[in-house]
Design a binder for this molecule. Structure first.
Ligand SMILES: Nc1nc2c(c(=O)[nH]1)N=C([C@H](O)[C@H](O)COP(=O)(O)OP(=O)(O)OP(=O)(O)O)CN2
Ligand SMILES: [Zn+2]
Length: 122
Protein backbone atom coordinates (compact mmCIF):
# COMPACT_ATOMS: atom_id res chain seq x y z
CA UNK A 1 0.00 0.00 0.00
CA UNK A 2 1.29 3.43 -0.93
CA UNK A 3 0.03 6.86 0.09
CA UNK A 4 0.42 9.88 -2.10
CA UNK A 5 -0.58 13.44 -1.43
CA UNK A 6 -0.81 16.81 -3.00
CA UNK A 7 -1.13 20.16 -1.24
CA UNK A 8 -2.98 23.26 -2.34
CA UNK A 9 -3.53 26.67 -0.87
CA UNK A 10 -6.20 29.28 -1.30
CA UNK A 11 -7.15 32.55 0.35
CA UNK A 12 -10.58 33.10 1.81
CA UNK A 13 -12.48 35.06 4.41
CA UNK A 14 -14.80 33.61 7.01
CA UNK A 15 -16.40 34.11 10.39
CA UNK A 16 -17.64 31.45 12.76
CA UNK A 17 -21.31 32.12 13.60
CA UNK A 18 -21.55 29.51 16.40
CA UNK A 19 -18.69 30.71 18.63
CA UNK A 20 -19.53 32.31 21.99
CA UNK A 21 -20.14 36.06 22.07
CA UNK A 22 -16.85 37.93 22.10
CA UNK A 23 -14.82 35.12 20.52
CA UNK A 24 -12.41 36.65 18.00
CA UNK A 25 -13.45 34.20 15.29
CA UNK A 26 -16.98 35.56 15.30
CA UNK A 27 -15.57 38.53 13.40
CA UNK A 28 -14.91 38.36 9.67
CA UNK A 29 -11.25 37.57 9.04
CA UNK A 30 -9.11 35.76 6.50
CA UNK A 31 -6.72 32.87 6.17
CA UNK A 32 -4.40 31.41 3.60
CA UNK A 33 -5.77 27.88 3.86
CA UNK A 34 -3.65 24.83 3.16
CA UNK A 35 -5.39 21.66 1.96
CA UNK A 36 -3.65 18.29 1.73
CA UNK A 37 -5.41 15.60 -0.28
CA UNK A 38 -4.07 12.14 0.46
CA UNK A 39 -4.80 8.97 -1.51
CA UNK A 40 -3.98 5.37 -0.69
CA UNK A 41 -3.65 2.45 -3.07
CA UNK A 42 -1.47 -0.10 -4.78
CA UNK A 43 1.13 0.97 -7.31
CA UNK A 44 -0.02 0.02 -10.78
CA UNK A 45 2.74 -2.29 -12.10
CA UNK A 46 2.57 -0.82 -15.58
CA UNK A 47 2.19 2.89 -14.83
CA UNK A 48 4.42 2.75 -11.75
CA UNK A 49 2.09 5.02 -9.78
CA UNK A 50 -1.05 4.81 -7.70
CA UNK A 51 -2.59 7.72 -9.55
CA UNK A 52 -1.33 10.63 -11.59
CA UNK A 53 -0.75 13.63 -9.30
CA UNK A 54 -2.39 15.60 -12.09
CA UNK A 55 -5.69 13.81 -11.41
CA UNK A 56 -5.69 15.25 -7.88
CA UNK A 57 -5.01 18.70 -9.27
CA UNK A 58 -7.90 18.38 -11.71
CA UNK A 59 -10.22 17.10 -9.00
CA UNK A 60 -9.42 20.03 -6.72
CA UNK A 61 -9.58 22.74 -9.41
CA UNK A 62 -13.40 23.29 -9.40
CA UNK A 63 -13.46 23.31 -5.60
CA UNK A 64 -10.66 25.87 -5.49
CA UNK A 65 -12.72 28.03 -7.85
CA UNK A 66 -15.61 27.87 -5.37
CA UNK A 67 -13.42 28.78 -2.40
CA UNK A 68 -10.54 31.03 -3.47
CA UNK A 69 -11.02 34.72 -2.61
CA UNK A 70 -14.55 34.02 -1.42
CA UNK A 71 -16.38 34.45 1.86
CA UNK A 72 -16.71 30.81 2.87
CA UNK A 73 -19.95 31.45 4.76
CA UNK A 74 -21.56 32.33 1.40
CA UNK A 75 -20.59 29.01 -0.20
CA UNK A 76 -23.50 26.51 -0.15
CA UNK A 77 -22.91 23.99 2.62
CA UNK A 78 -20.35 26.12 4.45
CA UNK A 79 -22.48 28.40 6.58
CA UNK A 80 -20.37 27.41 9.62
CA UNK A 81 -16.93 27.14 7.98
CA UNK A 82 -14.79 25.58 10.65
CA UNK A 83 -11.76 23.63 9.44
CA UNK A 84 -13.51 20.43 10.48
CA UNK A 85 -16.59 21.14 8.37
CA UNK A 86 -14.54 22.43 5.45
CA UNK A 87 -12.55 19.18 5.42
CA UNK A 88 -15.82 17.18 5.35
CA UNK A 89 -17.22 19.43 2.62
CA UNK A 90 -14.12 18.77 0.51
CA UNK A 91 -14.23 15.02 1.16
CA UNK A 92 -17.87 14.79 0.05
CA UNK A 93 -16.99 16.52 -3.23
CA UNK A 94 -13.80 14.56 -3.91
CA UNK A 95 -14.70 10.97 -3.04
CA UNK A 96 -16.63 10.31 -6.26
CA UNK A 97 -13.80 11.52 -8.51
CA UNK A 98 -10.97 10.17 -6.35
CA UNK A 99 -12.24 6.79 -5.08
CA UNK A 100 -8.84 6.07 -3.52
CA UNK A 101 -9.17 9.18 -1.30
CA UNK A 102 -7.74 8.49 2.17
CA UNK A 103 -7.82 11.83 3.99
CA UNK A 104 -8.41 15.53 3.56
CA UNK A 105 -6.43 17.88 5.79
CA UNK A 106 -7.17 21.56 6.27
CA UNK A 107 -4.97 24.13 8.02
CA UNK A 108 -5.90 27.73 8.66
CA UNK A 109 -2.52 28.58 10.14
CA UNK A 110 0.88 26.94 10.36
CA UNK A 111 0.11 25.89 13.93
CA UNK A 112 -3.18 24.03 13.73
CA UNK A 113 -5.26 21.90 11.42
CA UNK A 114 -7.60 18.96 11.01
CA UNK A 115 -7.48 15.63 9.22
CA UNK A 116 -10.76 14.08 8.02
CA UNK A 117 -11.30 10.52 6.86
CA UNK A 118 -14.80 9.84 5.63
CA UNK A 119 -16.41 6.62 4.52
CA UNK A 120 -14.44 4.94 1.75
CA UNK A 121 -15.84 4.76 -1.76
CA UNK A 122 -18.08 1.74 -2.37
N1 LIG B 1 -11.26 23.25 16.22
C1 LIG B 1 -11.27 24.47 15.61
N2 LIG B 1 -10.93 25.55 16.34
C2 LIG B 1 -10.91 26.74 15.76
C3 LIG B 1 -11.23 26.87 14.40
C4 LIG B 1 -11.60 25.72 13.67
O1 LIG B 1 -11.91 25.77 12.48
N3 LIG B 1 -11.61 24.55 14.32
N4 LIG B 1 -11.15 28.08 13.82
C5 LIG B 1 -10.80 29.16 14.48
C6 LIG B 1 -10.71 30.47 13.76
O2 LIG B 1 -10.91 30.31 12.37
C7 LIG B 1 -9.46 31.29 13.97
O3 LIG B 1 -9.27 32.22 12.90
C8 LIG B 1 -8.20 30.52 14.05
O4 LIG B 1 -7.81 30.68 15.36
P1 LIG B 1 -6.32 30.44 15.82
O5 LIG B 1 -5.89 29.08 15.36
O6 LIG B 1 -6.29 30.73 17.24
O7 LIG B 1 -5.60 31.48 14.89
P2 LIG B 1 -4.53 32.55 15.19
O8 LIG B 1 -4.45 33.43 14.01
O9 LIG B 1 -4.75 33.20 16.49
O10 LIG B 1 -3.28 31.62 15.19
P3 LIG B 1 -1.95 31.70 16.00
O11 LIG B 1 -1.24 30.45 15.57
O12 LIG B 1 -2.32 31.68 17.45
O13 LIG B 1 -1.29 32.96 15.57
C9 LIG B 1 -10.52 29.12 15.91
N5 LIG B 1 -10.56 27.82 16.47
ZN1 LIG C 1 -10.55 31.77 11.06
Amino acid sequence: MTELWRTFSFDAAHYLPKVPAGHKCGNMHGHTYTVEIRLRGEVDPVAGWVRDFGDIKEAFRPLEAELDHKVLNDVPGLDNPTSELLAQWLWERLIDVLPDLYSVSVSETANSGVVYRGAPSV
